[in-house]
Design a protein around this ligand. Structure first.
Ligand SMILES: Cc1ncc(COP(=O)(O)O)c(C=O)c1O
Length: 452
Protein backbone atom coordinates (compact mmCIF):
# COMPACT_ATOMS: atom_id res chain seq x y z
CA UNK A 1 0.00 0.00 0.00
CA UNK A 2 1.33 3.44 -0.93
CA UNK A 3 2.06 5.88 1.83
CA UNK A 4 -0.93 7.67 3.21
CA UNK A 5 -0.89 11.01 1.40
CA UNK A 6 -3.75 12.91 2.88
CA UNK A 7 -4.99 13.68 6.32
CA UNK A 8 -8.71 13.21 6.29
CA UNK A 9 -10.45 15.53 8.74
CA UNK A 10 -12.39 13.62 11.40
CA UNK A 11 -15.69 15.28 10.53
CA UNK A 12 -15.75 13.97 6.92
CA UNK A 13 -18.05 11.03 7.70
CA UNK A 14 -20.42 13.25 9.64
CA UNK A 15 -20.55 15.88 6.89
CA UNK A 16 -21.20 13.23 4.24
CA UNK A 17 -24.00 11.60 6.20
CA UNK A 18 -25.61 14.90 7.19
CA UNK A 19 -25.34 16.72 3.87
CA UNK A 20 -25.46 13.92 1.30
CA UNK A 21 -27.73 10.93 0.75
CA UNK A 22 -26.74 7.38 1.51
CA UNK A 23 -28.20 5.17 -1.21
CA UNK A 24 -30.79 2.42 -0.74
CA UNK A 25 -31.34 3.04 2.94
CA UNK A 26 -33.14 4.95 5.61
CA UNK A 27 -30.97 8.00 6.18
CA UNK A 28 -30.88 7.86 9.96
CA UNK A 29 -28.19 5.59 11.32
CA UNK A 30 -25.88 5.96 8.32
CA UNK A 31 -22.35 6.35 9.62
CA UNK A 32 -20.17 5.68 6.60
CA UNK A 33 -16.60 4.45 6.66
CA UNK A 34 -14.27 7.18 5.43
CA UNK A 35 -11.91 5.86 2.78
CA UNK A 36 -8.60 7.61 2.45
CA UNK A 37 -6.64 5.72 -0.18
CA UNK A 38 -6.90 2.54 -2.24
CA UNK A 39 -4.35 0.51 -4.13
CA UNK A 40 -4.46 -2.88 -5.79
CA UNK A 41 -6.87 -5.11 -3.89
CA UNK A 42 -6.77 -2.96 -0.74
CA UNK A 43 -8.25 0.23 0.60
CA UNK A 44 -7.44 2.14 3.77
CA UNK A 45 -9.73 4.10 6.02
CA UNK A 46 -8.97 7.45 7.65
CA UNK A 47 -7.56 5.76 10.75
CA UNK A 48 -5.00 3.91 8.60
CA UNK A 49 -6.74 0.53 8.85
CA UNK A 50 -6.41 -1.54 5.70
CA UNK A 51 -9.13 -3.73 4.13
CA UNK A 52 -8.97 -6.43 1.49
CA UNK A 53 -11.59 -5.56 -1.12
CA UNK A 54 -13.42 -8.87 -1.57
CA UNK A 55 -16.30 -7.46 -3.62
CA UNK A 56 -14.54 -4.97 -5.96
CA UNK A 57 -16.55 -2.24 -4.16
CA UNK A 58 -19.89 -2.63 -5.97
CA UNK A 59 -18.61 -5.50 -8.14
CA UNK A 60 -16.96 -2.98 -10.45
CA UNK A 61 -13.31 -2.35 -9.44
CA UNK A 62 -12.33 -5.46 -11.40
CA UNK A 63 -8.80 -4.28 -12.13
CA UNK A 64 -8.03 -3.24 -8.58
CA UNK A 65 -7.39 0.28 -7.41
CA UNK A 66 -4.71 2.74 -8.52
CA UNK A 67 -3.88 1.19 -11.90
CA UNK A 68 -1.18 3.44 -13.38
CA UNK A 69 -1.93 2.69 -17.05
CA UNK A 70 -5.56 3.69 -16.66
CA UNK A 71 -4.69 6.79 -14.66
CA UNK A 72 -2.15 7.84 -17.32
CA UNK A 73 -4.61 7.17 -20.16
CA UNK A 74 -7.18 9.41 -18.49
CA UNK A 75 -4.60 12.15 -18.06
CA UNK A 76 -3.38 11.83 -21.63
CA UNK A 77 -6.88 12.31 -23.00
CA UNK A 78 -7.31 15.32 -20.72
CA UNK A 79 -4.21 16.91 -22.20
CA UNK A 80 -5.85 16.73 -25.68
CA UNK A 81 -9.44 17.70 -24.85
CA UNK A 82 -11.78 16.68 -22.08
CA UNK A 83 -15.04 16.81 -24.00
CA UNK A 84 -16.66 17.45 -27.32
CA UNK A 85 -20.32 17.03 -28.06
CA UNK A 86 -21.35 13.48 -29.03
CA UNK A 87 -22.25 14.50 -32.59
CA UNK A 88 -18.51 14.69 -33.36
CA UNK A 89 -16.24 11.75 -34.03
CA UNK A 90 -13.20 11.25 -31.82
CA UNK A 91 -10.21 8.94 -32.15
CA UNK A 92 -10.81 7.44 -28.73
CA UNK A 93 -14.43 6.62 -29.63
CA UNK A 94 -13.29 4.77 -32.74
CA UNK A 95 -10.57 2.94 -30.84
CA UNK A 96 -12.96 1.73 -28.15
CA UNK A 97 -15.54 0.69 -30.76
CA UNK A 98 -12.94 -1.44 -32.55
CA UNK A 99 -11.87 -3.07 -29.28
CA UNK A 100 -15.50 -3.81 -28.42
CA UNK A 101 -16.04 -5.44 -31.79
CA UNK A 102 -13.21 -7.84 -30.95
CA UNK A 103 -14.45 -8.89 -27.52
CA UNK A 104 -18.24 -8.69 -27.57
CA UNK A 105 -20.42 -11.60 -28.72
CA UNK A 106 -20.28 -11.46 -32.53
CA UNK A 107 -23.98 -10.61 -32.87
CA UNK A 108 -23.34 -7.13 -31.41
CA UNK A 109 -22.01 -4.70 -33.95
CA UNK A 110 -23.11 -1.15 -33.07
CA UNK A 111 -22.70 0.73 -29.81
CA UNK A 112 -24.24 3.49 -27.76
CA UNK A 113 -22.39 4.84 -24.71
CA UNK A 114 -23.94 6.20 -21.53
CA UNK A 115 -22.76 6.83 -18.01
CA UNK A 116 -24.33 4.12 -15.84
CA UNK A 117 -25.88 0.68 -16.00
CA UNK A 118 -29.20 2.26 -15.18
CA UNK A 119 -28.97 4.53 -18.21
CA UNK A 120 -27.94 1.62 -20.41
CA UNK A 121 -31.05 -0.35 -19.46
CA UNK A 122 -33.22 2.74 -19.84
CA UNK A 123 -31.81 3.08 -23.36
CA UNK A 124 -32.43 -0.63 -23.99
CA UNK A 125 -36.12 -0.23 -23.13
CA UNK A 126 -36.39 2.71 -25.52
CA UNK A 127 -34.50 0.84 -28.20
CA UNK A 128 -36.96 -2.08 -28.06
CA UNK A 129 -39.94 0.26 -28.03
CA UNK A 130 -38.65 2.32 -30.94
CA UNK A 131 -37.76 -0.84 -32.88
CA UNK A 132 -41.28 -2.26 -32.52
CA UNK A 133 -42.96 1.14 -32.56
CA UNK A 134 -45.00 0.38 -35.70
CA UNK A 135 -46.11 -3.06 -34.53
CA UNK A 136 -46.87 -1.65 -31.04
CA UNK A 137 -44.91 -4.52 -29.48
CA UNK A 138 -43.96 -2.42 -26.49
CA UNK A 139 -44.07 -4.88 -23.59
CA UNK A 140 -40.90 -6.27 -22.05
CA UNK A 141 -40.45 -9.40 -19.92
CA UNK A 142 -38.09 -9.27 -16.98
CA UNK A 143 -37.48 -11.79 -14.20
CA UNK A 144 -38.32 -11.44 -10.54
CA UNK A 145 -35.18 -11.53 -8.39
CA UNK A 146 -33.39 -9.19 -10.74
CA UNK A 147 -31.94 -5.70 -10.56
CA UNK A 148 -31.71 -3.48 -13.62
CA UNK A 149 -31.33 0.07 -12.27
CA UNK A 150 -32.99 2.87 -10.39
CA UNK A 151 -34.75 5.16 -12.89
CA UNK A 152 -38.39 4.86 -14.00
CA UNK A 153 -37.88 2.26 -16.70
CA UNK A 154 -35.00 0.35 -15.16
CA UNK A 155 -36.61 0.11 -11.70
CA UNK A 156 -39.74 -1.17 -13.43
CA UNK A 157 -37.67 -3.90 -15.05
CA UNK A 158 -36.21 -4.67 -11.63
CA UNK A 159 -37.82 -7.71 -10.07
CA UNK A 160 -36.54 -7.37 -6.51
CA UNK A 161 -38.03 -5.44 -3.60
CA UNK A 162 -36.37 -2.18 -4.57
CA UNK A 163 -39.18 -1.71 -7.08
CA UNK A 164 -41.88 -2.03 -4.45
CA UNK A 165 -41.62 1.33 -2.61
CA UNK A 166 -42.00 3.18 -5.92
CA UNK A 167 -44.30 0.79 -7.77
CA UNK A 168 -47.60 2.03 -9.22
CA UNK A 169 -46.94 5.79 -9.08
CA UNK A 170 -43.45 5.84 -10.61
CA UNK A 171 -43.00 2.76 -12.73
CA UNK A 172 -43.47 2.60 -16.49
CA UNK A 173 -46.19 0.40 -17.89
CA UNK A 174 -45.76 -2.66 -20.05
CA UNK A 175 -43.22 -4.58 -17.96
CA UNK A 176 -44.23 -8.17 -17.28
CA UNK A 177 -42.36 -10.13 -14.62
CA UNK A 178 -41.48 -13.76 -15.08
CA UNK A 179 -39.99 -16.71 -13.20
CA UNK A 180 -36.25 -16.57 -12.45
CA UNK A 181 -34.06 -19.67 -12.89
CA UNK A 182 -33.44 -19.78 -9.13
CA UNK A 183 -33.05 -23.52 -8.58
CA UNK A 184 -32.34 -23.33 -4.83
CA UNK A 185 -35.74 -21.68 -4.33
CA UNK A 186 -37.54 -22.75 -7.47
CA UNK A 187 -40.78 -20.73 -7.63
CA UNK A 188 -42.38 -23.72 -9.39
CA UNK A 189 -41.13 -26.09 -6.66
CA UNK A 190 -39.44 -28.25 -9.31
CA UNK A 191 -35.96 -29.76 -9.51
CA UNK A 192 -33.46 -29.52 -12.32
CA UNK A 193 -33.10 -31.43 -14.65
CA UNK A 194 -36.48 -33.19 -14.17
CA UNK A 195 -38.14 -29.76 -14.45
CA UNK A 196 -37.21 -29.66 -18.15
CA UNK A 197 -36.57 -25.95 -17.75
CA UNK A 198 -40.21 -25.15 -17.06
CA UNK A 199 -39.20 -21.64 -15.91
CA UNK A 200 -37.75 -20.93 -19.35
CA UNK A 201 -40.75 -22.44 -21.16
CA UNK A 202 -43.15 -20.32 -19.13
CA UNK A 203 -41.91 -17.35 -21.13
CA UNK A 204 -43.32 -18.83 -24.31
CA UNK A 205 -46.70 -19.05 -22.58
CA UNK A 206 -46.28 -15.48 -21.39
CA UNK A 207 -45.40 -14.18 -24.84
CA UNK A 208 -48.37 -15.94 -26.45
CA UNK A 209 -50.92 -14.98 -23.80
CA UNK A 210 -49.75 -11.50 -22.88
CA UNK A 211 -49.46 -10.22 -26.45
CA UNK A 212 -47.35 -7.32 -27.72
CA UNK A 213 -44.13 -8.53 -26.12
CA UNK A 214 -41.19 -6.90 -27.91
CA UNK A 215 -38.31 -7.69 -25.56
CA UNK A 216 -37.07 -9.87 -22.77
CA UNK A 217 -34.27 -8.78 -20.46
CA UNK A 218 -32.22 -11.21 -18.37
CA UNK A 219 -29.16 -11.01 -16.20
CA UNK A 220 -27.30 -14.01 -17.66
CA UNK A 221 -25.97 -14.56 -14.14
CA UNK A 222 -28.15 -12.68 -11.67
CA UNK A 223 -25.87 -10.42 -9.64
CA UNK A 224 -27.02 -8.51 -6.57
CA UNK A 225 -29.83 -10.94 -5.97
CA UNK A 226 -27.43 -13.76 -5.21
CA UNK A 227 -25.19 -14.77 -8.10
CA UNK A 228 -27.87 -17.04 -9.50
CA UNK A 229 -26.19 -19.15 -12.16
CA UNK A 230 -28.91 -20.48 -14.46
CA UNK A 231 -29.02 -24.22 -15.10
CA UNK A 232 -27.45 -25.29 -18.34
CA UNK A 233 -29.94 -24.89 -21.15
CA UNK A 234 -31.93 -22.05 -19.59
CA UNK A 235 -30.41 -19.20 -21.57
CA UNK A 236 -30.26 -21.25 -24.76
CA UNK A 237 -33.98 -22.01 -24.37
CA UNK A 238 -34.76 -18.34 -23.72
CA UNK A 239 -32.83 -17.48 -26.88
CA UNK A 240 -34.86 -20.03 -28.90
CA UNK A 241 -38.18 -18.81 -27.53
CA UNK A 242 -37.38 -15.14 -28.11
CA UNK A 243 -36.12 -15.83 -31.64
CA UNK A 244 -39.13 -17.95 -32.60
CA UNK A 245 -41.49 -15.24 -31.34
CA UNK A 246 -39.63 -12.25 -32.79
CA UNK A 247 -38.81 -10.86 -29.34
CA UNK A 248 -35.52 -9.02 -28.78
CA UNK A 249 -33.32 -10.63 -26.14
CA UNK A 250 -31.47 -8.13 -23.94
CA UNK A 251 -28.60 -9.46 -21.83
CA UNK A 252 -27.98 -7.20 -18.84
CA UNK A 253 -24.26 -7.72 -18.25
CA UNK A 254 -23.77 -4.63 -16.10
CA UNK A 255 -22.34 -6.83 -13.35
CA UNK A 256 -21.70 -10.18 -15.06
CA UNK A 257 -19.56 -8.75 -17.87
CA UNK A 258 -15.83 -8.02 -18.01
CA UNK A 259 -14.40 -11.35 -16.96
CA UNK A 260 -16.43 -11.69 -13.80
CA UNK A 261 -17.71 -15.15 -14.80
CA UNK A 262 -14.49 -16.32 -16.45
CA UNK A 263 -15.54 -15.11 -19.91
CA UNK A 264 -15.57 -11.58 -21.29
CA UNK A 265 -19.36 -11.74 -21.08
CA UNK A 266 -21.48 -14.25 -19.19
CA UNK A 267 -23.64 -15.19 -22.20
CA UNK A 268 -20.54 -16.82 -23.70
CA UNK A 269 -20.76 -19.52 -21.02
CA UNK A 270 -23.83 -20.80 -22.90
CA UNK A 271 -22.96 -19.61 -26.43
CA UNK A 272 -25.92 -17.29 -26.54
CA UNK A 273 -26.00 -14.34 -28.96
CA UNK A 274 -28.33 -11.62 -27.66
CA UNK A 275 -29.89 -8.85 -29.76
CA UNK A 276 -28.91 -6.22 -27.22
CA UNK A 277 -26.31 -6.29 -24.45
CA UNK A 278 -26.06 -3.66 -21.75
CA UNK A 279 -23.05 -3.24 -19.52
CA UNK A 280 -21.20 -0.74 -17.32
CA UNK A 281 -19.17 -1.24 -14.09
CA UNK A 282 -16.07 -3.18 -15.25
CA UNK A 283 -15.98 -1.46 -18.65
CA UNK A 284 -13.59 1.10 -17.15
CA UNK A 285 -12.73 -0.99 -14.09
CA UNK A 286 -14.71 1.74 -12.26
CA UNK A 287 -12.09 4.40 -13.00
CA UNK A 288 -14.75 6.61 -14.59
CA UNK A 289 -18.50 6.25 -15.19
CA UNK A 290 -19.32 4.67 -18.54
CA UNK A 291 -21.93 2.28 -19.86
CA UNK A 292 -22.63 0.57 -23.12
CA UNK A 293 -25.63 -0.59 -25.11
CA UNK A 294 -24.45 -2.95 -27.84
CA UNK A 295 -26.96 -3.87 -30.53
CA UNK A 296 -27.20 -6.44 -33.31
CA UNK A 297 -27.24 -5.58 -37.01
CA UNK A 298 -30.97 -6.30 -37.14
CA UNK A 299 -31.54 -3.56 -34.55
CA UNK A 300 -29.03 -1.06 -35.90
CA UNK A 301 -30.33 -1.53 -39.46
CA UNK A 302 -33.72 -0.34 -38.29
CA UNK A 303 -32.25 2.95 -37.15
CA UNK A 304 -30.55 3.55 -40.49
CA UNK A 305 -33.87 4.85 -41.77
CA UNK A 306 -35.70 5.57 -38.53
CA UNK A 307 -35.03 8.32 -36.03
CA UNK A 308 -32.90 7.21 -33.04
CA UNK A 309 -34.70 9.30 -30.44
CA UNK A 310 -32.16 9.06 -27.66
CA UNK A 311 -29.02 10.79 -26.38
CA UNK A 312 -27.22 12.52 -23.52
CA UNK A 313 -24.76 15.39 -23.23
CA UNK A 314 -22.13 13.00 -21.94
CA UNK A 315 -22.73 10.20 -24.43
CA UNK A 316 -19.34 8.80 -25.54
CA UNK A 317 -17.46 11.04 -23.11
CA UNK A 318 -13.84 11.02 -24.34
CA UNK A 319 -12.21 10.79 -20.92
CA UNK A 320 -14.40 7.86 -19.86
CA UNK A 321 -13.63 6.20 -23.19
CA UNK A 322 -9.90 6.66 -22.56
CA UNK A 323 -10.36 4.82 -19.27
CA UNK A 324 -12.28 2.05 -21.08
CA UNK A 325 -9.59 1.60 -23.72
CA UNK A 326 -6.86 1.30 -21.09
CA UNK A 327 -9.03 -1.00 -18.98
CA UNK A 328 -9.73 -3.36 -21.90
CA UNK A 329 -6.02 -3.44 -22.69
CA UNK A 330 -5.27 -4.27 -19.07
CA UNK A 331 -7.80 -7.15 -19.04
CA UNK A 332 -6.03 -8.50 -22.11
CA UNK A 333 -2.40 -7.90 -21.13
CA UNK A 334 -2.86 -9.37 -17.68
CA UNK A 335 -4.88 -12.26 -19.07
CA UNK A 336 -7.53 -11.57 -16.46
CA UNK A 337 -10.43 -13.34 -18.12
CA UNK A 338 -8.63 -16.68 -18.03
CA UNK A 339 -7.41 -15.85 -14.53
CA UNK A 340 -10.98 -15.36 -13.34
CA UNK A 341 -11.90 -18.76 -14.73
CA UNK A 342 -8.83 -20.41 -13.17
CA UNK A 343 -9.12 -18.82 -9.70
CA UNK A 344 -12.86 -19.40 -9.91
CA UNK A 345 -12.28 -23.13 -9.55
CA UNK A 346 -10.62 -22.57 -6.18
CA UNK A 347 -13.38 -20.16 -5.17
CA UNK A 348 -16.00 -22.78 -6.04
CA UNK A 349 -14.17 -25.49 -4.11
CA UNK A 350 -13.79 -23.33 -1.02
CA UNK A 351 -17.44 -22.24 -1.11
CA UNK A 352 -18.53 -25.88 -1.13
CA UNK A 353 -16.35 -26.39 1.96
CA UNK A 354 -18.09 -23.51 3.70
CA UNK A 355 -21.43 -25.10 2.95
CA UNK A 356 -20.28 -28.41 4.40
CA UNK A 357 -18.96 -26.77 7.52
CA UNK A 358 -21.56 -24.15 8.43
CA UNK A 359 -25.11 -24.98 9.36
CA UNK A 360 -26.22 -21.44 8.52
CA UNK A 361 -25.13 -21.82 4.89
CA UNK A 362 -28.08 -22.95 2.78
CA UNK A 363 -26.54 -22.68 -0.65
CA UNK A 364 -23.38 -21.57 -2.38
CA UNK A 365 -23.12 -20.65 -6.05
CA UNK A 366 -20.27 -19.46 -8.21
CA UNK A 367 -18.95 -19.04 -11.70
CA UNK A 368 -15.52 -17.52 -12.30
CA UNK A 369 -14.65 -15.01 -9.60
CA UNK A 370 -18.32 -14.41 -8.90
CA UNK A 371 -19.73 -16.22 -5.90
CA UNK A 372 -22.53 -16.12 -3.35
CA UNK A 373 -23.08 -17.65 0.04
CA UNK A 374 -26.77 -17.74 0.95
CA UNK A 375 -27.62 -18.01 4.63
CA UNK A 376 -30.62 -19.75 6.15
CA UNK A 377 -31.99 -19.99 9.66
CA UNK A 378 -33.12 -23.55 8.99
CA UNK A 379 -31.43 -25.64 6.34
CA UNK A 380 -34.19 -28.16 5.85
CA UNK A 381 -36.94 -25.60 5.51
CA UNK A 382 -34.60 -23.10 3.78
CA UNK A 383 -35.97 -20.41 6.10
CA UNK A 384 -34.26 -17.09 5.37
CA UNK A 385 -32.88 -15.11 8.30
CA UNK A 386 -34.46 -11.91 7.07
CA UNK A 387 -37.21 -10.69 4.78
CA UNK A 388 -37.03 -7.61 2.58
CA UNK A 389 -39.47 -5.64 4.74
CA UNK A 390 -36.81 -5.70 7.47
CA UNK A 391 -34.26 -4.28 5.06
CA UNK A 392 -36.67 -1.49 4.12
CA UNK A 393 -37.20 -0.75 7.83
CA UNK A 394 -33.44 -0.43 8.30
CA UNK A 395 -33.15 -3.38 10.66
CA UNK A 396 -29.67 -4.84 11.15
CA UNK A 397 -29.70 -8.16 9.29
CA UNK A 398 -27.79 -11.33 10.06
CA UNK A 399 -25.61 -10.79 6.98
CA UNK A 400 -24.91 -7.23 8.23
CA UNK A 401 -23.52 -8.68 11.45
CA UNK A 402 -21.31 -11.15 9.58
CA UNK A 403 -20.04 -8.48 7.16
CA UNK A 404 -19.37 -6.09 10.05
CA UNK A 405 -17.25 -8.71 11.76
CA UNK A 406 -15.35 -9.29 8.51
CA UNK A 407 -14.67 -5.54 8.30
CA UNK A 408 -13.29 -5.63 11.82
CA UNK A 409 -10.97 -8.36 10.60
CA UNK A 410 -9.95 -6.25 7.59
CA UNK A 411 -12.04 -7.79 4.79
CA UNK A 412 -14.85 -6.03 2.94
CA UNK A 413 -17.54 -8.50 1.80
CA UNK A 414 -20.67 -7.09 0.19
CA UNK A 415 -23.87 -8.45 1.69
CA UNK A 416 -27.44 -8.22 0.48
CA UNK A 417 -30.47 -9.43 2.46
CA UNK A 418 -29.51 -13.10 3.09
CA UNK A 419 -26.35 -13.55 1.05
CA UNK A 420 -22.84 -12.29 0.41
CA UNK A 421 -21.54 -11.43 -3.04
CA UNK A 422 -17.93 -12.49 -3.39
CA UNK A 423 -16.43 -10.71 -6.38
CA UNK A 424 -12.83 -9.74 -5.71
CA UNK A 425 -10.79 -7.73 -8.20
CA UNK A 426 -9.62 -10.12 -10.93
CA UNK A 427 -6.03 -9.20 -9.99
CA UNK A 428 -6.42 -10.80 -6.55
CA UNK A 429 -3.61 -13.18 -5.54
CA UNK A 430 -4.27 -16.77 -4.48
CA UNK A 431 -3.15 -15.90 -0.96
CA UNK A 432 -5.57 -13.00 -0.76
CA UNK A 433 -8.40 -15.13 -2.09
CA UNK A 434 -7.64 -17.66 0.58
CA UNK A 435 -7.40 -15.01 3.29
CA UNK A 436 -10.74 -13.50 2.36
CA UNK A 437 -12.43 -16.89 2.44
CA UNK A 438 -10.74 -17.78 5.75
CA UNK A 439 -12.16 -14.57 7.19
CA UNK A 440 -15.66 -15.34 5.94
CA UNK A 441 -15.28 -18.83 7.38
CA UNK A 442 -14.45 -17.38 10.83
CA UNK A 443 -17.24 -14.80 10.70
CA UNK A 444 -19.93 -17.33 9.75
CA UNK A 445 -19.80 -18.43 13.38
CA UNK A 446 -22.09 -15.44 14.01
CA UNK A 447 -24.82 -16.77 11.70
CA UNK A 448 -24.27 -20.35 12.89
CA UNK A 449 -25.04 -19.13 16.41
CA UNK A 450 -28.31 -17.60 15.16
CA UNK A 451 -29.56 -20.79 13.52
CA UNK A 452 -32.98 -21.83 14.77
C1 LIG B 1 -27.39 -6.27 -13.42
C2 LIG B 1 -27.39 -4.79 -13.15
N1 LIG B 1 -28.03 -3.98 -13.99
C3 LIG B 1 -28.06 -2.65 -13.80
C4 LIG B 1 -27.43 -2.06 -12.73
C5 LIG B 1 -27.47 -0.59 -12.54
O1 LIG B 1 -26.21 -0.07 -12.82
P1 LIG B 1 -25.76 1.34 -12.22
O2 LIG B 1 -25.72 1.20 -10.76
O3 LIG B 1 -24.41 1.58 -12.85
O4 LIG B 1 -26.75 2.33 -12.66
C6 LIG B 1 -26.75 -2.87 -11.81
C7 LIG B 1 -26.10 -2.30 -10.64
O5 LIG B 1 -25.70 -2.96 -9.73
C8 LIG B 1 -26.73 -4.28 -12.03
O6 LIG B 1 -26.10 -5.11 -11.20
Amino acid sequence: MAEKYSDVPKEVGKICSELTYGTWRKQSGWSPLTVDIAEGTRFTDSSGKEYLDFSSQLMCSNLGHGNKKIRDAIYEQLTKFEYVQPGYATKIRAEVALLLKEILPRSLTKYFFGSSGTEANEAAIKTVRMFFHKERKTKIISNYNSYHGSTAGSISLTGDFRRIPVDTYYSVSGIVHSIPPYCYRCPLKLKFPECNLACADYNEYLIRNEGNIGGMIVEPVTGTNGVIVPPDGYLQRIREITKENDVLLIADEVMSGWGRTGKWFAVENWNVQPDVLTTAKGITGAYLPLSLVATSKKVSDYFEDNYFAHGHTYEAHPVSLAAAKAAIEEYKEKNLIARSSELGKELGRRLEELKEKHKSVGDVRSIGLFGAVELVKNREKKTPFNVYEEKLEGKTLTTDRVSKKAMEKGVYINNWLNHFVIAPPLVISEEELSRGLDTLDECLKISDDEVA
